[in-house]
Ligand binder design. Structure first.
Ligand code: 13P
Length: 242
């Protein structure tokens, strides 16, 4: 499976900074690993125009209509967008999103033809009380409830332990692999035809100096990257292009 690195720029970078990054990145990017970028939604067109797969960091569960402030998956697809990140822990923590409410967004985005990077992950107290797999299982089952198997080829899962995001603490490759193997099993039970093919990304302090060991794990198919995706040189290194 080709490894996939997804840049989640969160609410960082103005237009000039986006364009400078894209120019530097595209001059050296070889394509040996797939690279996708989710900038602030205001700048998705810059990413689309650069030829890189472009994503949103959230979208509406509704397709169109009187939903002030929302962003439509259908419109994004029509303008040339490719994917949406759903269920990031920051959205769960600050914007009251739950696996149940995310289920509607997942189904809408898939129906409109976008790829979905659905995020799951446990907090530190949940890990310390040995609830990690229970929590991840619930997040998977509720978030993907009632999803048609035909859409599973457009699904990507990102495992991001909340305690490893932006903290400099990475799950050890063995800790990550244990959860990824569990996710793989759950996906294979739910989607017998596609479970083995769904990419499972790891996120949480992925950096050039730990990426190779993480990507060397059997069920880690790539990374969802925050901080280290903001510098073109670092993201190039993650993509295997020094
Ligand atoms: P960091 O790579 O900065 O830890 O962020 C991870 C993340 O939240 C990506 O979605």
């Amino acid at each position: 499976m080709t490894k996939l690195l997804v840049a989640n720029w969160k609410m960082n970078k103005n237009g000039k900074e986006c364009q400078d990054f894209l120019d530097t990145f595209m001059a050296k990017y070889s394509g040996q690993r797939a690279a996708w970028i989710a900038p602030q939604s205001l700048y998705v067109k810059l990413v689309i125009n650069s030829g890189i797969m472009a994503g949103l960091q959230n979208c509406s569960e509704f397709v169109s209509g009187a939903y002030t402030g929302e962003v439509s998956a259908k419109t994004f697809k029509e303008m040339g967008g490719h994917f949406v990140i759903l269920g990031h822990s920051e959205r769960r923590q600050y914007f009251q999103e739950t696996s149940k409410s995310l289920n509607a967004k997942v189904k809408t985005a898939l129906k409109e033809g976008l790829k979905v990077v659905y995020c799951v992950g446990e907090t530190l107290p949940e890990r310390d009380s040995h609830q990690t797999l229970l929590i991840i299982g619930d997040q998977l089952h509720q978030g993907l409830n009632d999803m048609s198997e035909a859409n599973a080829e457009n699904l990507i899962i990102a495992y991001e332990p909340v305690w490893a995001i932006g903290t400099g603490k990475t799950a050890s490759p063995a800790q990550a692999q244990e959860v990824h193997a569990f996710i793989r099993d759950e996906l294979t039970k739910k989607f017998p035809a596609f479970g083995q093919k769904i990419k499972i990304l790891y996120g949480g302090s992925v950096k050039p100096d730990n990426v190779e060991e993480l990507l060397g794990q059997k069920d880690i198919d790539g990374g969802l990257v925050g901080g280290a995706s903001l510098k073109a040189q670092d993201f190039l290194a993650l993509c295997g292009d020094k």
